[in-house]
Design a protein around this ligand. Sequence first.
Ligand code: NAP
Length: 445
Amino acid sequence: MGVKLGILGLGTVGTGTVQLLQDKTGRHPLLQEIEIYRVGVRSLDKPRAVELPTDVLTTDLEAIVNDPAVDIVVEVMGGLEPARSLILKALSNGKHVVTANKAAIARFGAEIFTTANQAGVYVMLEAAVGGGIPVIQPLKQSLSVNRINTVIGIVNGTTNYILTRMQTEGSNFNDVLADAQRLGYAEADPTADVDGLDAADKIAILASLGFGGRIHLKDIYTEGIRQVSKTDIAYAEKLGFVIKLLAIAKRITSAEENGGTLLRGDAATLSLSPLSVRVHPTLVPKVHPLASINGVYNAILVEGEPIGQVMFFGPGAGAGATASAVTSDILNLVAVLKTNTAVPNPLLACGHQEYCQIAPMAELITRFYARFLTNDQPGVIGKLGTCFGNYGVSLESIVQTGFQGELAEIVVVTHDVREGNFRQALAEIRDFEAIESIPSLLRVL
Ligand code: NAP
């Protein structure tokens, strides 16, 4: 008997998935086992790019997740509700679930995976991060024996597209955003992308898999790209960097811990070492592997021991690419159902109970880039250097780059510094009479 799918959603990803499932020739033999049994949509009147028997399409999504005949529910409708409730209901009813919904997994992963584990079924989410790029299963399976130290990704195609165009054309953020919206690379409401929220959802998922603990979204420092200016992109370029929106999850080393205050309190009693998890625009050295990831492409760099560095690169969105990830999850589950094993496969399940401890940003050790606008008074550079020195901030470079009207522009790149110290120094510098403003402050990889 075939494996019956209940697909929730027939938009970009749903349509791509149905197309891939319907084209059974020359692809994987397990495709022959699959029946597209029900597809849930909002409107039955919409024209569809795929042909389905009339009784397959329905607007009753509850009925799909409650139908005893459905073996696997494929949630590609997006949004938080009713997607969350439908996923939970499907799992409680003993159905495996495939989902592309990073927003739901990042927020409700704890209850979704607990429900799945209790019901003895799997939740597969390869398409939720990196679209078509296989990164979830590699983290869960192929790299599972490694001690992962860092996961750094360019995981949002829209912002990477905008930053790439700002870089190559020397254009402003607002102009490129408007054009990206016209061309369909950015949503009419771009908030989730340009403010870094989508990237935060994705790094929450990747960090959870890489570091073996749950992540509270609220603990992820999230800063988007609205403040990135063409001026900073040009200065970064001169200094040997490109600016990328990075999603970073990093295990804090004991040297970093000892430099800060993390060993106080209960951190030392937790079995999971503290992490730094954050999303922000970052100056990336041009020689770094992530510097050359341009346009809508995504890439995720994983560093582990003993593997070293592994980079996953490819299309982070789009019907075909995302359908490839969704369909590979479906095939994994078809194989599970076909082998009919009652023993849960720990390499497919996600069952972390403990939450990771996330270090406050003040404890972060990083390099900074800062741009100052100053009145052209003698000795400003010396005063900046002295104040930074007082807070233990050592400077890699300090350059007076030019003038904006009457004001001189000074750009500073620091060596590694504790973020809290750097901000204390900045607070003092802001009060200097010669300082007009500090228009940009960016972290450097
Ligand atoms: P989409 O094009 O907007 O399609 C959503 C589909 O779900 C539509 O068919 C819609 O029905 C149906 N739907 C939504 N809410 C519904 C409701 N309350 N009741 C019934 N049907 C409902 O979305 P998408 O771009 O395919 O994205 C789907 C998911 O995949 C999202 O979680 C997204 O984050 C994720 N994802 C997308 C991409 C990508 O490239 N697009 C990449 C990776 C992950 P109608 O057709 O009747 O309106």
